[in-house]
Design a protein around this ligand. Structure first.
Ligand code: G3P
Ligand code: MG
Length: 241
């Protein structure tokens, strides 16, 4: 039984997607600073496992498995050290940050949800280790890679998790039950009354991505969605509750 550990059912959460990706280069420190400064209920970020100069596993905050789309460099993220990632230009001179650097921006951890999306392979273990060191964080760990998320759940039974779905699946609730999920996170076009009723009956708040038009966000709120991921928190803050 989901007991809504993040208290999502009682309000409408505006979660800055990749920070505030419509206002600053995605997944960079300035992008997260903007979303946090606006008072978003939370921020969402994507992680890949990287190695630092000491040979330790760290978490690089970047969406793609390659640097090509979002930075001035090319190649696989896995082929860059944590230090080398900090030195690339991910937009306006900002580097690819490490998860440590992003969470350091959070001034009110008890009130700020940080959604860590496991994007890369083998991110479950370093994320569990990271969160073990940061019990102050209000974390939600999500992934489209349900095997990676199951691995995380085996390592960490306490942190809130959410399976991500990009399309309707018959086994959506089975996956949520198996993970003891705190929410079910779905693509915006999937959201309709039957989906919301099914999830509500089973006790799962629904978060949806990526909603960038206020009229769509209003419709999501009216339908009973618990929160949205948005690139444009500036257009959505008046809906937050
Ligand atoms: O977690 C919501 C959303 O970020 C999932 O899609 O591709 O933007 O990581 P994507
Ligand atoms: Mg994401």
């Amino acid at each position: 039984m989901n007991t809504d550990p993040l208290n999502l059912t009682s309000g409408f959460a505006v979660i800055g997607h990749r920070g505030a990706a419509g206002l600053a280069p995605e997944n960079t420190l300035p992008s997260f600073q903007i979303a946090l400064g606006m008072g978003c209920r939370g921020i969402e970020l994507d992680v890949h496992r990287v190695v630092d100069a000491n040979g330790l596993f760290r978490l690089g905050v970047i969406h793609d498995e390659r640097l090509d789309r979002t930075t001035n460099r090319r190649g696989l993220v896995a082929n860059f050290t944590a230090e080398a990632l900090s030195a690339v230009d991910a937009g306006n001179g900002a580097g690819v940050p490490l998860l440590d650097e992003v969470v350091r921006l959070i001034e009110q951890p008890a009130e700020t949800l940080v959604n860590i999306e496991l994007k890369g392979k083998n991110t479950a273990a370093p994320t569990a280790a990271f969160l073990d060191q940061h019990p102050e964080l209000q974390a939600l760990v999500s992934s489209f890679d349900h095997d990676e998320l199951r691995h995380f759940r085996r390592l960490d039974s306490g942190t809130a998790v959410a399976p991500l779905f990009s399309r309707k699946r018959r086994n959506l609730l089975d996956t949520a039950h198996e993970l003891s999920a705190a929410s079910v996170n779905v693509a915006y076009p999937m959201v309709d009354k039957p989906l919301l009723e099914t999830c509500k009956e089973a006790g799962y708040p629904v978060l949806t991505y990526t909603v960038n038009h206020p009229e769509d966000a209003q419709r999501m709120k009216s339908l009973g969605v618990a929160g949205i991921f948005t690139d444009r928190p500036d257009l959505m803050m008046q809906l937050q509750a």
